[in-house]
Structures are given as C-alpha cells and as structure tokens.
Design a protein around this ligand. Structure first.
Ligand SMILES: [Zn+2]
Length: 352
C-alpha cells in the first residue's frame, strides 16, 4: 500500500491562491491570494483584476497606449487588495498567502489595516530586485510583519478533474475587446478545484471530501474537508497522541464530512452555492437547510441506492435546493509551488 500523505494546509492555501490566479484576465501577470485567520479558516480569496463594478471588456488590459489612462495600470487592482475587498470573516492575526511578493502599493495598505495580518507568504517575485520589492520588504519589516517565501514541502499539487469521473463541458467561445486574457479559468473549475485541493488535506487515508461555500458575487464564504473535530485533534496533539485513522469504527464516530465542515467553517449568507467533491450527507444537508444555500454542485456521482442519499435528496427537493453534478471544462491542472527567482541584493527576508 502506498503511504498516504495529507497535503499540509499552508501548501493547500498557496495552491488555492495559484488556482485563483488562473482567473485573472491580465494577459501578462496573474496573481492569486488567500487570506486565512489565526485559526487557519479562509477569510477571503482574490486575484488581480478590475474593481468589482468595472467590466472586464470596457477598460484596456494592455501595457501599451499613448497615455497612462489608456493602459491597464490605473484600472487593475492587485490580488492583495482584491482579497481584502472580498473578506467575509475577521482575519486579525491571520496569514496572507499570495503567489507573488506584494508591491509597495499593496504593502502600504496591508501595513495600515486595522486588523493585523501576522505574516505574508509568497512563492515568486514579479521583477527581481525592483525598487518596489525592496520598499515593500522594508515596510513589512518596520511594521513587524514577517514576509517569507513559503518553502513548500510539497512542490506539486494537482487538481485532477478526471478523478471525479464527470462529463465534460464546452466553454462558449470567448472574445476580447480590450486585450484581456482569454484562457482564464471558469468559476466552476476554480471552486471545484479548490474543493479538491482542500480534500487533499484530509488525514483520512481512504476517503477525502472537500468543499467550498460560495456567496453572491463569487465571494468564497468558507472551505472544509473531512476530519475529526478541531478541538479533539488539538487535544490529541497536545498530549502527543494521534487519532487512529485506520480504525473504521472510530472514523465513523468521530469524523465530520467535508461539506458539513465547510458550512460549520463558513460565514452564512443567503443565496450561496456549495461546491463539494461528494454529495452532502445527512448532517451536511441539515446545515444546507439552515444556511439558506440555494444550490449544490457535487463531484462524484452519489450512490443512488444509499438510503442517506435518497433522504438527503428528498430534503433538498422539499426545500427547493437545486443540486447538479459538476461538469469539467478541463481535465487536469498542475500547480507548481516551488519558490522561484527570489534572491536578489537588497531584499532582506525576515524569518519568523
Ligand atoms: Zn500590489
């Protein structure tokens, strides 16, 4: 039997940041960010793009143009600032994961926030040795916010939609009027991909379920994967004990499924959509009814003969919660978490 190694959470957060970067319409630079609170609950996700009220097809995405106002620069908002705009829970004492080191503009705002970000982690630098990097680094250092590279223990994370065994989906042809990038990742793949990355954090060697709850305007409200309750795992850890994941009876008694954990971890907002790798179980369905979720997008096909699935569907039908199976527009996404190009003179990374 191949040894089972769960994905560490920092790697999962950076992989999700990298996945969100693929949403960017910027043809040159794609950056993604994930903000987590001090207990490692996700507070927000974001990527570089125009502010919410601006159309992607109205302002230029190009670096060229006669005047600065004809180019993309005044209109694009960096991933770090978008992640802060998308916050759905308090994040004081949390960590910002961003694929590319923040520039001085973003550093200035991060340092000024009322809620304190405890540290910033990144994997690459946009332009090595640029003044902006040095200034940003100095600002973080003087504010006492450690900024470091992630140094991922797991360098490659894949999101393999083929594992879900779902039908494929065609994306309608995309057109660019303003130079925007056309091969950006659709929302559906971004959210199901993030659910699949969360699933990889599960310590259960035989079953991994991940989920993401998404609110209006595509803001992520919470993430989860199957595991034993956090306070029990913390107590075991404090006593230097480990949960016996090989014991099926213990798993059955202690484990909370991913979709349920996701909703337990989430801010509650009406009209939200749950993306889950597996169909919700009874406990998760009860939460769906409480949290005013309107739609469930699930990965693996549920067992039609399972009494729990039949009951869960009956409850959802009765409450008019729609459910549909995910269809993938792409097969597999490989994410590289290796640190890239980050050594240059003048940059002092303060270690934690
Ligand atoms: Zn920036």
């Amino acid at each position: 039997m191949v040894a089972y190694n769960p994905l560490p959470r920092p790697e999962a957060f950076m992989a999700i940041a990298a996945l969100f970067a693929k949403r960017s319409k910027d043809p040159v630079t794609q950056v993604g960010a994930v903000l987590v609170d001090k207990d490692e609950y996700v507070a927000a996700t974001g990527y570089n793009g125009f502010p919410a009220k601006l159309s992607d097809d109205h302002f230029s995405w190009l670096k060229t143009g006669e005047h600065r106002h004809d180019k993309k620069y005044p209109y694009v908002k960096h991933a770090e600032l978008n992640v802060l705009a998308n916050v759905t829970r308090t994040y004081d004492g949390g960590t910002l994961y961003v694929t590319v080191m923040p520039c001085h503009d973003c550093a200035r705002e991060i340092v000024q926030l009322q809620q304190k970000i405890r540290c910033v982690k990144f994997i690459s630098v946009y332009e090595n040795g640029k003044d902006s990097n040095v200034t940003a680094n100095d600002m973080f250092n003087s504010a006492g916010i450690p900024i470091t590279t992630l140094e991922a223990r797991v360098k490659n994370v894949s999101v393999d939609f083929d594992l879900l065994d779902v039908e494929s989906r065609e994306i309608a042809p995309r057109v660019s009027l303003t130079g925007k990038r056309l091969d950006y990742l659709p929302w559906e793949e971004t959210f199901m991909g993030a659910a699949m990355i969360m699933a990889q954090c599960s310590k259960n060697p035989v079953y991994q379920q991940g989920a993401v709850l998404v609110g209006p305007k595509n803001k992520t409200l919470g993430f989860g994967y199957n595991g034993i309750p956090k306070r029990i795992s913390a107590k075991l850890k404090a006593e230097n004990k480990t949960f016996d994941w090989s014991n099926a009876k213990l798993r059955e008694e202690y484990e909370i499924k991913g979709a349920n954990n996701c909703m337990l971890n989430s801010s509650r907002v009406p009209n939200s959509t749950l993306y889950t790798t597996h169909f919700p179980d009874i406990a998760a369905t009860h939460k769906l009814l409480e949290t005013d979720v309107k739609k469930v997008i699930f990965g693996h096909a549920p067992d039609k003969n399972s009494s729990d699935i039949i009951a869960a569907k009956r409850m959802m039908d009765h409450a008019e919660i729609k459910y549909q199976q995910f269809r993938a527009a792409t097969n597999k996404i490989d994410i590289d978490l290796a640190t890239r190009d980050v050594t240059f003179p003048g940059l002092r990374f303060k270690s934690e």
